[in-house]
Design a binder for this molecule. Structure first.
Ligand SMILES: NC(=O)c1ccc[n+]([C@@H]2O[C@H](COP(=O)([O-])OP(=O)(O)OC[C@H]3O[C@@H](n4cnc5c(N)ncnc54)[C@H](OP(=O)(O)O)[C@@H]3O)[C@@H](O)[C@H]2O)c1
Length: 345
């Protein structure tokens, strides 16, 4: 069995992460183990380090975090047929025993893993998993927006979806998934990101900082068949009373018919107007239903291979080795715009 090393969070508030030996966890029948080559950083990673006891009280310490990982298959479980040792893959790391990304070897679930097509680097591929899984939860799970699944080529539905926060990591994946599922996408971001989001498939983009953002979106959606909204992000300091979810609720509430449902990447607002529903989406929950397989197994390999889906947002490599992860937390914490902070291992 190989030796393993991890960047441990020994207790809440312990900075920096402690790089030291960790157990090597072999795969069960439907799992693989990968030797990690790149990890990407998410807001939850540093939020857990700072406030894990408040945000995720069930977490046990010492803890190995990290959700986004790409690497080379080192070992496969007895029932795995999609991968072989040596394949280049990326997947959603689940932060359970042996399944955190911030270590040398990570256990991944077979159906939450995807082969990396030839031209893509480990660093670029590592930006995909958590953004993709969060978007897929909101868009496709039956208790959420319940949209038609993505396909290559898409099967047009004639319906339009609002994605608030298109330049977030979740948003860049959501735009592409929704377009591949046959929906027109209207999104919000800072104007400097409009062109990029249109290359990902958005038909129109609006400035979320505009004082007229709500009427602008209502006008843009007028006469369209509304598929609902995906709200990404928390309320910013500039508009503490208007979280993306609250804004989306206002917009869908004013629309003339359609699916008045808001899937929320953050907890939804408490008070909803009559006729509007909203629900929290959870990235990791797609491992337990048909959505994980529909996205990671049925859609993504072919879509990446044919260029119908790209790794987005842009990877920004800021460090090297497990020791580089703490510094990468600090970079992510300062804020990013249409980019994902990555560490090469
Ligand atoms: N529920 C889950 O399972 C789950 C999983 C992952 C993430 N999340 C949550 O999803 C959110 C996004 O995470 P992420 O990693 O995708 O974020 P991120 O990439 O770090 O977000 C950065 C982006 O946020 C955009 N932004 C900031 N304030 C905004 C606002 N008021 N409206 C719209 N866009 C805004 C910025 O856009 P511009 O630069 O264009 O201004 C920037 O591109 C976070 O709140 C995170 O906690 C939830």
């Amino acid at each position: 069995m190989p030796s393993n090393t991890a960047a441990w969070l020994t207790k809440v508030g312990a900075i920096p992460l402690d790089v030291k030996p960790a157990p090597y966890t072999p795969p069960t029948s439907h799992q693989i183990v990968i030797k990690n080559k790149a990890v990407a950083i998410n807001p939850a990673d540093w939020a857990i380090q700072k406030k894990g006891d408040m945000l995720f009280p069930w977490l046990a310490y010492p803890y190995i975090g990290g959700s986004d990982v790409a690497g080379e298959v080192a070992e496969i479980g007895s029932s795995v047929t999609r991968f072989k040792v040596g394949d280049r893959v990326f997947g959603l790391a689940l932060c359970l025993a042996g399944e955190g990304a911030f270590q040398e070897y990570t256990v991944l679930r077979d159906h939450m893993t995807c082969r990396i097509p030839g031209a893509l680097s480990y660093e670029t591929a590592s930006v995909i998993p958590l953004g993709l899984a969060t978007a897929a939860s909101g868009l496709f799970q039956k208790g959420l927006l319940g949209l038609q699944h993505p396909s290559v080529p898409p099967k047009p539905t004639g319906k339009t979806l609002l994605i608030w926060g298109g330049s977030t990591s979740v948003g860049c994946n959501a735009i592409q998934l929704a377009v591949a599922a046959g929906y027109e996408v209207i999104t919000t971001a800072s104007p400097k990101n409009f062109t990029y989001l249109k290359t990902l498939g958005a038909s129109q983009a609006f400035d979320y900082n505009s004082p007229t953002i709500i009427p602008n979106l209502i006008t843009a959606l007028a006469g369209k068949s509304l598929a609902g909204a995906l709200a990404i992000g928390a309320a910013g300091a500039h508009a503490p009373d208007q979280s993306p979810a609250t804004a989306c609720v206002q917009v869908v509430s004013a629309c003339d018919g359609g699916h008045k449902f808001v899937a929320c990447a953050q907890p939804p607002p408490d008070n909803l107007p009559e006729g509007v529903s909203a629900k929290f989406c959870s990235a990791s929950s797609i491992k337990d239903d048909e959505v994980g397989r529909a996205v990671f197994v049925d859609f993504l390999p072919r879509a990446l291979e044919e260029g119908a889906f790209v790794a987005a947002p842009e990877a920004e490599v800021v460090g090297r080795g497990l020791e580089g992860i703490q510094g990468a937390f600090e970079v992510q914490m300062k804020g990013v715009s249409a980019s994902k902070i990555v560490v090469s291992l």
